[in-house]
Ligand binder design. Structure first.
Ligand code: ARG
Length: 459
């Protein structure tokens, strides 16, 4: 039976009912709805709507229901209840009879659904924070293992300057650190409890909402009932955070797909996260990474969807807002799966250190060093840049690296060049020179690793 039958003399068209019902996705809020209902029943005692005994009966029935749900949440899907709020209430009435009908006093599904969803966001958010942390830890461990593994660094996907694999790992640690802080920030801002806001104007029962909020684990109660039931900022913020993080996951995936490709062969992904081709026996495809890259689209889609739905909605609650859940559930599930998958991929891949070093040496990636050397001999950088450009063309024509050019050849380009140019062109020297904060020099990597390890430990 619907919660609102009294005013109606005709039953809902079955097609409308199917269109309108949200149980098939909001059943995931069962736990939160039950917890919220228990807290509400306690609040009703303080205003004399329920006796202690009645509250005790309701609480016991709700706790039993919670246990039953925990065993198999999908059982809810068999019901034809309109939404999770109606389902919980009807289950309660089945268990305790007419007493169950008192629970909804002074409450609306509008403040109820807002509360349930925030409780769900808090729980899910905590899990995602943990996953971001795990992924960062994995990357830090990998950086430690590959502290001295040289990797070509790219701009425009052309070899630019050498870096280390550790430096690459730590770049992603920074990105996931910002995601962590964005998520923590969003969770802090949503930590206010809408329960007791009624349908829109507040509840007519003199409930201590602050106490109710604390009981439910919120930091405080919301301040304005109209806003309480209409606010879905947190859904947008979580989806924006998820989207940003998916950008990072997909960029990391793309890097690894390239590193794993036959063309660079910098690393080999584990058999456990790759798949074969049905036709070409030689193939080992980076499906896990491609799916992470691909799933980014649906997370962006959910963000766009909710923004568009909320835009220009009049205050207060409108049924449009029921559209907040499917996108949020799907996007946060997807984000969580991708964080876990990223960790799995990084767990067991083999970096080919010879290949990476060979590639880092090639591509004239020491051209900047030669220019800096000329600067040290008093040549202005712009001029030095031009001279080195010519040197690179000559070396390309001869098919040799810069360091294979003879001193006479160098001197023909710039008489200032001496024998001491050669050590400057070594890979180790290139790395060591980048020793200012945030650079790729070994002591900077060591410093960065120590800082990050401390930060992660103290979290
Ligand atoms: N199922 C609805 C939602 O998800 C909550 C119910 C509010 N319905 C209402 N008619 N006021 O938003």
């Amino acid at each position: 039976m619907a919660l609102w039958g009294g005013r109606f003399s005709q039953a809902a068209d079955s097609r409308f009912k199917q269109f309108n019902d949200s149980l098939r996705f909001d059943y995931r809020l069962a736990h939160q709805d039950i917890i919220g209902s228990i807290a509400w029943s306690k609040a009703l005692v303080t205003v004399g709507v329920l006796t202690e005994t009645e509250q005790g009966q309701l609480q016991q029935a709700l706790e039993e229901l919670a246990e039953q749900v925990n065993e198999n949440p999908q059982q809810i899907l068999g019901s034809d209840a309109e939404d999770i709020h109606s389902w919980v209430e009807s289950q309660l009435i089945q268990r305790v009879g007419d007493l169950g009908k008192k629970l909804h006093t002074g409450r609306s599904r509008n403040d109820q659904v807002a509360t349930d969803l925030k409780l769900w966001c808090k729980k899910e958010g905590a899990t995602l924070l943990g996953q971001l942390d795990m992924l960062q830890q994995k990357l830090v461990r990998l950086a430690r293992e590959h502290q001295h593994t040289v990797l070509p660094g790219y701009t425009h996907l052309q070899r630019a300057q050498p870096v280390t694999f550790a430096h690459w790992c730590l770049a992603y640690v920074e990105m996931f650190e910002r995601d962590y802080s964005r998520l923590a920030d969003a969770l802090k801002r949503l930590d206010t409890c809408p329960l007791g806001s009624g349908a829109l104007a507040g509840t007519a029962y003199g409930i201590d909402r602050q106490k109710l909020a604390l009981q439910l684990g919120f930091e405080q109660a919301t301040r304005n009932s109209l806003d309480s039931v209409s606010d879905r900022d947190h859904v947008v913020e979580l989806l924006a955070t998820a989207s940003m993080s998916m950008v990072h996951i997909s960029r990391m995936s793309e890097d690894l797909i390239f590193y794993n490709s036959g063309e660079s062969a910098f690393l080999e992904l584990s058999d456990q996260v790759t798949s074969g081709s049905s036709l070409m026996p030689q193939k080992k495809n980076p499906d896990a990474l491609e799916l992470m890259r691909g799933k980014t689209g649906r997370v962006f889609g959910a963000l766009n969807g909710i923004l568009t739905t909320l835009k220009a909605l009049p205050l207060a609650y409108n049924k449009d807002m029921q559209e907040d859940k499917e996108g949020l559930f799907d996007a946060l599930d997807t984000w969580g799966h991708c964080l876990a998958m990223a960790e799995l991929v990084l767990n067991d891949m083999k970096v080919n250190e010879e290949k990476t070093e060979e590639a880092a040496k090639g591509g004239y990636s020491n051209a900047t060093e030669l220019a800096d050397y000329l600067v040290s001999k008093g040549i202005p950088f712009r001029e030095a840049h031009h001279i080195v450009g010519i040197a690179v063309v000559q070396a390309i024509e001869k098919g040799v690296p810069l360091e294979a050019m003879s001193l006479a050849e160098f001197k023909a380009l710039a008489p200032e060049i001496e024998e001491d140019v050669y050590p400057n062109l070594l890979l180790s020297s290139m790395l060591e020179k980048r020793s200012a904060l945030g650079g790729v020099a070994p002591q900077q990597i060591e410093f960065a690793l120590n800082e990050i390890e401390k930060r992660l430990d103290s979290r």
